[in-house]
Write a protein that binds this ligand. Structure first.
Ligand SMILES: [Fe+2]
Length: 410
């Protein structure tokens, strides 16, 4: 072979490698290394009143980049120089990702918004380059009496393929419940909170939804490890009105429509959160109370330590529904009061909406409180609608097959 031919073959081989790598990144959904300015892992959350404010978090490869949010009322806005624009500046916190790189975690909070209004927004560093694609969100309408939200738990992936399944679960959830206003995630979002690549996959496969619909997470044992929840909290801008005994953002509460939502941290200081829980439940005048926690008292198995701390308060203040995670199987309790089965509408119902990722546990033994208890081995989600005096819960698998449904009437 001539030297000329050899060089030709070498160039063709190199080109083939470059094309193969690019094709792999496209097919696997792994974002190619973003420029240091490009925002990724964008997620919106409630922080204070959902009618008038909205929080945002995103990541960049530049820990020195500024944190700027631009918002314009209306849909489909592309010209942020011309249309009415509100600008909010936030904070940038460096995260040492442990592989020799430091990335920027960007958090910003938009206030004084108008209830029941659709907005278009973009996030970036405030310079011409470095803006995200525009996305849209809606503030809660005043006097909301009926709404739907989505419940998922334990997306808990490692590989990018794991999170493709999580993305498909949310696609099916929003196809089934297109009017859903936000997502409650009961924890174990990723397997290893220190693994930034899995966080990127978690956000990228659900980016369409997470940029527009708040994801409100409970803290799981894969978010808080030995009292450290820093990496989890770096990815979400959460309410900080919770118990002083745990990290801000790992316990909190908010109202939406006629419902009061309470998120508890089952991973530390259970006893110390009780005082805050009592005060929070005593203060609400909302007709519906929903609690979200990771490792619940009545799941596939029992977390005994919560039974004597938090369950009496759920009984006393008439908590309607407790959303749990951790067990990676589906379970629903009878209505319970004082650790006993009571009539429908008189007690608290506890559910575990299986898992939204790719990890399932073998079904555990049935216990006295189980009304429905199964393992379908499929990523599962639920849509929960509150309308007047009725709560309707309906769980489906990612393939659209029904898993369970029930109503609670007040
Ligand atoms: Fe889990």
């Amino acid at each position: 072979m001539s030297k000329k031919n050899m060089y030709g073959l070498l160039i063709i081989a190199l080109l083939a490698v470059v094309i193969a790598v690019a094709a792999f990144q496209l097919s696997s959904g792994i974002p190619s290394t973003p420029s240091s300015l490009t925002p990724h892992s964008i997620v919106t959350t409630f922080k204070e009143n959902p009618q008038t404010s909205r929080a945002f978090t995103w990541q960049t490869a530049n820990p020195d980049a500024a944190t700027v949010l631009q918002i314009a009322p209306g849909s489909g806005i592309t010209d942020f120089d011309r249309d009415v624009v509100l600008t909010f500046e936030g904070t940038t916190t460096p995260i040492d990702t442990g592989n020799g790189t430091v990335q920027g975690a960007h958090k910003v909070f938009a206030t004084n918004l108008t209830p029941g209004t659709r907005y278009t927004y973009r996030v970036g560093n405030g310079e011409n380059e470095g803006w995200s694609q525009p996305a849209e969100f809606e503030t809660e309408a005043k006097h909301t009496t009926a709404f739907t939200f989505i419940n998922v738990t334990d997306s808990q992936g490692v590989t990018d393929a794991d999170f493709q399944l999580w993305g498909k679960t949310l696609n099916q959830a929003f196809a089934t419940f297109p009017d859903a206003k936000f997502i409650v995630h009961n924890g174990d979002l990723t397997e290893d909170p220190e693994d930034e690549r899995s966080w990127q996959s978690f956000f990228s496969h659900a980016q369409t939804w997470l940029a527009s619909y708040p994801l409100m997470p409970a803290t799981g044992n894969h978010e808080e490890i030995d009292g450290n929840a820093d990496r989890f909290l770096a990815h979400f801008n959460l309410p900080e009105n919770g118990s002083d005994s745990v990290k801000p953002g790992t316990s909190y509460s908010f109202d939406y429509g006629p419902a009061h939502f309470v998120f508890l941290n089952t991973e530390s200081k259970v006893k110390k959160q009780t005082e805050w829980l009592r005060a929070d439940l005593a203060a609400t005048k909302q007709p519906w109370i929903i609690v979200a926690m990771h490792h619940g008292p009545y799941g596939g198995n029992q977390k005994e330590s919560l039974l004597d701390k938090w369950v009496p308060l759920f009984d006393e203040f008439g908590v309607d529904l407790v959303l749990q995670g951790h067990n990676h199987e589906y379970s629903r309790s009878y209505p319970l009061q004082n650790n006993q089965i009571v009539e429908d509408g008189k007690g608290t119902v506890y559910v575990v909406t299986n898992a939204a990722g790719s990890k399932w546990n073998k079904k555990k033994a049935d216990l006295f409180y189980h009304r429905v208890h199964l393992q379908n081995g499929k990523p599962t989600f639920a849509g929960i609608q509150i309308a007047g005096n009725t709560l309707t819960y309906a769980a489906f698998a990612v393939d659209g097959s029904p898993v369970d449904t029930f109503t609670i009437n007040k």
